[in-house]
Write a protein that binds this ligand. Structure first.
Ligand SMILES: Cc1ncc(COP(=O)(O)O)c(C=O)c1O
Length: 348
């Protein structure tokens, strides 16, 4: 998968460009000089806005990408001898080149999570060995909302995890690269979601920004080292005003929520259309901006001649079709027509 894509990509929300309002905000911030490393009005506006939206008592730290946000966020909560419990499918485990292990010196204790979600029971299954110096001591539980499979924890599910963690001396980190999609799906306030974590990331990049994420510290006590760790992890942007401008644009008129709602609606439209196409099975509940589907390998190959998307699992013949803030009904409908056309044209 290389180069520019002529038709709308269903490969990733990362394939989408930058929302025009965000681009305008970047251009507007490009006037004269501004003090570096975050001492500028754009960053101040963004940080103040995110703090208000999330209900955080602690700091908000803008960073350059989601992997950096995860390393910084986990690092704020982890003791030197502590491990992280996460789903087998967690991005920190599968897709970040071992960054948490390498940069934080931690151990990831994974648990099977068929729909991408942890539960108090699955977390409990990794608590053996606590108090024994021969075992890495679980200290943090990492949840992803929305999950890598596009599913969303309900608020009750997240609260149950938080309650269990608090009772068991564990802190909660929430990877919110697609938190906006979850808020749009659940119809809840960002603060409701943020309140179920100790530290979380809030993604902008997959939701119309050019490239910015926020690490949100809910209680001040957890954030004492955040400024220093952000710098050590190479996540302190010198020209921070352009990061601040991006988030300010996303917060204006709740663009973040509108963008996520649009992406979710397009995934839902795709799922609805697939129901009428024989031989296509939707694999996970469609609750955010992605549809995982199973169809015959020959049909996948045929579709890939014209469309961009990931084969998620070749063995089980599952693909990932992802929408974005700028996916249009006409994109989805054209894609559906071609998916339907493969039903007759290609034998399994
Ligand atoms: C759930 C989740 N977390 C974190 C990331 C990492 O983001 P980045 O690629 O910006 O480092 C991704 C990227 O796809 C993701 O899907």
């Amino acid at each position: 998968m290389t180069g520019a894509v002529s038709r709308k990509s269903f490969g990733s929300d990362n394939h989408a460009g930058t929302h025009p309002a965000v681009m305008r905000a970047i251009v507007e911030a490009n006037t004269g000089d501004a003090v570096a490393y975050g001492a500028d009005p754009w960053t101040d506006r963004a940080v103040t806005g995110i703090r208000r939206l999330s209900g955080a008592q602690g700091g908000v730290y803008l960073v350059l990408n989601g992997s950096g946000a995860n390393v910084l966020g986990l690092g704020l909560l982890l003791g030197r001898h502590e491990a992280v419990i996460c789903a087998e499918s967690a991005h920190i485990h599968t897709d970040e080149c071992g960054a948490a292990e390498r940069l934080l010196g931690t151990k990831l204790l994974t648990v099977p999570a068929p729909d991408g979600k942890l539960t108090p029971e699955s977390i409990a299954s990794r608590l053996a060995g606590r108090g024994d110096e021969h075992f890495a001591q679980p200290g943090v539980v990492a949840v992803t909302q929305s999950t890598e499979f596009g599913t969303c924890y309900s608020l009750d599910e997240l609260r149950a995890i938080k309650e269990f963690c608090t009772a068991n001396g564990l802190r909660v980190f929430l990877d919110g690269a697609r938190l906006a999609n979850a808020a749009a799906y659940l119809g809840c306030a960002l603060a409701d979601l943020a309140g179920t974590a100790d530290v979380l990331s809030f993604g902008g990049t997959k939701n119309g920004a050019m490239g910015v994420e926020a690490v949100i510290v809910m209680q001040d006590a957890d954030g004492a080292n955040a400024r220093y760790l952000r710098k050590q992890h190479g996540q302190l942007s010198s020209k921070m005003r352009f990061l601040g401008a991006q988030f300010s644009a996303l917060l204006g008129d709740d663009l973040w929520l509108a963008n996520a709602g649009q992406a979710n609606a397009m995934a839902a439209r795709l799922a609805t259309g697939l129901a009428d196409i024989p031989g296509v099975e939707i694999v996970y509940p469609v609750q955010s901006d992605v549809v995982f589907a199973r169809l015959a390998p020959g049909r996948i190959a045929e579709l890939q001649r014209d469309w961009t998307f990931h084969v998620w699992d070749e063995e089980t013949s599952v693909v990932r079709w992802m929408t974005a803030f700028d996916t249009q009904p006409s994109d989805v409908d054209a894609f559906l027509r071609d998916i339907a056309a493969t039903a007759g044209a290609v034998s399994a």
